[in-house]
Design a protein around this ligand. Structure first.
Ligand code: NAP
Length: 246
């Protein structure tokens, strides 16, 4: 499931790039001139569609199956992309899962799974990626506006996982500043994807701008954080939610 050659001029890796926000990010970075690696966990068909779209538009992409709950798989995905394209400049850690439930009903299995993918998986992905980055590397995470404040009951564990990402980004920005690597976090509000499909109508009325966001709204911000216009920015969490958390 790949196309491309080694030693591209700039290379990006998107964890969870097969659908939704991650797919839009992969396509956007490809149109910005990056050779793109993307991971998926369960939808090879969706991942292949993203690769095909990038290639049809003259770009280069490979898709790698890697469960972000599995540290070994994450590290292997980084190695495969670096081996294939010859370098790594930008990593976007987007893979994430949503489990909803109030405290009386939330299971330990769901708690562990959310933390495994949304927190541990993010840290491991960044750790593996930055090992291959030179000066001017960029790390971008996809958190959530629920890290700012809870927006409804039942989102505690998801929100705390995304608050952990915001804290992680501040710490890693300090760790990596001496190497010239910038680390920033995007905190979307409701974006129309498979993840939100069953909640979107209800959520729309909670957004001051009166509409939910689109995956391309987040891809635009990723493009900015990956580019040189954001050269003085690190450790930031940028909330993009139509004013929902004001
Ligand atoms: N949509 C929103 O309103 C919203 C708001 C705030 C934050 N976010 C965050 O934005 C990110 C993307 O959300 P989305 O709405 O685009 O989600 P989505 O439509 O459910 O897509 C999730 C993507 O992540 C991948 N993924 C899921 N679990 C994975 C795992 N264990 N290992 C590797 N990849 C995995 C999926 O791969 P497969 O295709 O193989 O399943 C898919 O590419 C998440 O971190 C989410 O928490 C979303």
């Amino acid at each position: 499931m790949n196309t491309g050659v080694r030693n591209k001029e700039k290379v990006a890796l998107v964890f969870g790039g097969s659908r939704g926000i991650g797919a839009a990010v992969a396509r956007r970075l490809a149109s910005d001139g990056y050779a793109v690696g993307l991971t998926y966990v369960s939808r090879p068909d969706s991942a292949q569609r993203v690769v095909d779209t990038v290639v049809a538009e003259g770009g280069e992409a490979i898709a790698v199956q890697a469960d972000s709950g599995d540290a070994t798989a994450i590290r292997q995905a980084v190695d495969i992309v670096v081996e294939h394209f010859g370098r790594l400049d930008v990593v976007v850690v987007n893979a994430g899962i949503l489990r909803l439930g109030t405290v009386d009903a939330f299971t330990l299995a769901d708690l562990d799974q959310v933390l495994q993918v949304n927190v541990r998986g993010v840290y491991v992905a960044i750790q593996a990626a930055v090992a291959h980055m030179g000066e001017n590397g960029r790390v971008i995470t996809i958190g959530s506006n629920t890290a700012v404040r809870p927006l409804s009951p039942a989102g505690t564990v998801y929100g705390m996982s995304k608050a952990a990402v915001a804290a992680m980004v501040k710490g890693l920005a300090l760790d990596l500043a001496p190497r010239g690597i910038r680390v920033n976090n995007i905190q979307p509000g409701p974006i129309e994807t498979d993840m939100t499909a069953e909640h979107i109508e209800r959520i729309k009325d909670m957004v001051p701008l009166g509409q939910v966001g689109q995956a391309d709204d987040i891809a635009d911000l990723v493009s900015y954080l990956a580019g040189s216009s954001s050269r003085y920015m690190t450790g930031a969490s940028l909330t993009i939610d139509g004013g929902m958390t004001l």
